[in-house]
Design a protein around this ligand. Structure first.
Ligand code: TRP
Length: 330
C-alpha cells in the first residue's frame, strides 16, 4: 500500500462504453487496490453542458453502479459525488482570487470553443458560459481539497492538472505552504481502444460498443466490426485487427497467445474470430452486468454508498478548507 493519495473524477456526461471500461475504469479499479483513493463523480463539471437534472442523476448512478459492480474496493477508495461536499464550492471561490484570468484564456477546451466560434464567424465567446470558462478552477479545487499526490487522467486532462499545480503554487506563494502540489499521471490510456470502424472508440464517432448492452445487442455489435476482405485461409495481422485488439483486454495471457497464433495462421475466418471475441467479452461482463442491473434497480443502495463516501471525503475537505480560510481571512 503506497501512502500517496490518488484522486480522480469522472464526469457523468454519458453512458460508459467498452473503451471507457478498458481505458479508464478498469485501470482505476486496479489502482484503488493499492492506494488510498478518492474517486468522485464530477457532476458539477457536467453542469456547463447538461442542463437536465434527470440526465445528470442517471449518469451519476450509472458510473457509481459500474464502479461498484466492477468490484471497486470501498475500503481503500472513497467513492462520492462531487456536489455532496459543500467545501468544494467554497474552495472554488477562494481559488478564484489567486487564479490569473490569463491562465483560463490558455485552457485547451476554452481555446477550442473560441477557435470554433471564430471559424464560424461568431463572437469569440458565443455559447461559452462561466462554468466552461472557470472549469479548470473547479477542477483545481477538487484536486487540492483532498491533498492529492497523484491524479490519473487521460492525456486530454493533463493541462488541467498542471493548472491545479500552478494555482496551488500561486496560492502558496502568497499564503505560505498550505496546498499540496499534485502530479498528473497519464495512466488512463491503455493504448488505443478501437471501435467498430477501427478508429478510436468514441461516442463522437458513433462506433462504440456499450459496456452493458444486453447479450443479443452485444453480439450484433461485435458481428458488425469492420474488417478487411481476407478469406479464412489468408493469415491476418493481429496487431492491426480491431477484433484482436479488443480480445487482448479480456483474455488471459495464454488465451491471447493462442488467439494470436490462430489469427496469424491460415484457417480462421473473421466470423469465427468475432464469435470467439463475443463469447470472451460476454463471459467477462455478464456477472458485472448482473450486479450493475441489480444496483441500478436499487438506487437507495447506490445513494447509501455515495453518502458514506461523502462523509469520509468531508473529513479531509473540511480540514483543508479550514487551513485555506485561516490563511486567507485570518
Ligand atoms: N475534467 C475531468 C474529465 O473531463 C473530470 C474531473 C473533474 C477530474 N475533476 C477532476 C479528473 C479532478 C481528475 C481530477 O475527465
Amino acid at each position: 500500500m503506497s501512502d500517496k493519495i490518488v484522486l480522480t473524477g469522472i464526469k457523468p456526461t454519458g453512458t460508459p462504453h467498452l473503451g471507457n471500461y478498458v481505458g479508464a475504469l478498469k485501470p482505476l479499479i486496479e489502482m484503488a487496490q493499492s492506494n488510498k483513493t478518492f474517486m468522485f463523480i464530477a457532476d458539477l463539471h457536467a453542469l456547463n453542458i447538461i442542463h437536465d437534472p434527470k440526465l445528470i442523476k442517471q449518469h451519476t448512478y450509472e458510473i457509481a453502479a459500474i464502479l461498484i459492480a466492477l468490484g471497486l474496493d470501498l475500503n481503500n477508495a472513497v467513492l462520492f459525488r462531487q456536489s455532496d461536499i459543500a467545501e468544494i464550492y467554497q474552495l472554488n471561490t477562494m481559488l478564484m482570487n489567486v487564479t490569473p484570468k490569463g491562465l483560463m484564456n490558455r485552457a485547451h477546451s476554452y481555446k477550442a470553443a473560441v477557435d470554433r466560434n471564430t471559424a464560424a464567424g461568431l463572437d469569440a465567446d458565443a455559447g461559452v458560459n462561466m462554468g466552461l470558462y472557470t472549469y479548470p478552477i473547479l477542477m483545481a479545487a477538487d484536486i487540492l481539497l483532498y491533498n492529492s499526490d497523484t491524479v490519473p487522467v487521460g492525456a486530454d486532462q493533463k493541462q488541467h492538472v498542471e493548472f491545479a499545480r500552478d494555482i496551488a503554487g500561486y496560492f502558496n506563494h502568497i499564503y505560505g505552504n498550505i496546498l499540496k502540489l499534485p502530479e498528473p499521471v497519464i495512466g488512463r490510456e491503455t493504448g488505443l481502444i478501437p471501435g467498430l470502424d477501427g478508429r478510436k472508440m468514441s461516442k463522437s464517432y458513433d462506433n462504440v460498443i456499450p459496456l452493458f448492452a444486453p447479450e443479443k445487442e452485444l453480439k450484433k455489435k461485435i458481428m458488425r466490426i469492420i474488417t478487411d476482405s481476407k478469406t479464412p485461409d489468408e493469415p491476418k495481422d493481429p496487431d492491426t485487427s480491431t477484433i484482436f485488439q479488443l480480445y487482448k483486454h479480456f483474455a488471459t495471457e495464454s488465451e491471447i497467445a493462442e488467439f494470436r497464433a490462430a489469427f496469424a495462421a491460415p484457417g480462421m475466418g473473421y466470423g469465427t474470430a468475432k464469435t470467439i471475441l463475443f463469447e470472451k467479452i460476454n463471459s467477462v461482463l455478464t456477472p458485472v452486468r448482473t450486479e450493475y442491473e441489480r444496483l441500478m434497480a436499487n438506487p437507495a443502495e447506490i445513494e447509501a454508498i455515495l453518502n458514506d463516501g461523502a462523509n469520509r471525503a468531508r473529513v479531509v475537505a473540511s480540514e483543508t478548507l479550514d487551513r485555506v480560510k485561516r490563511a486567507m481571512l485570518g
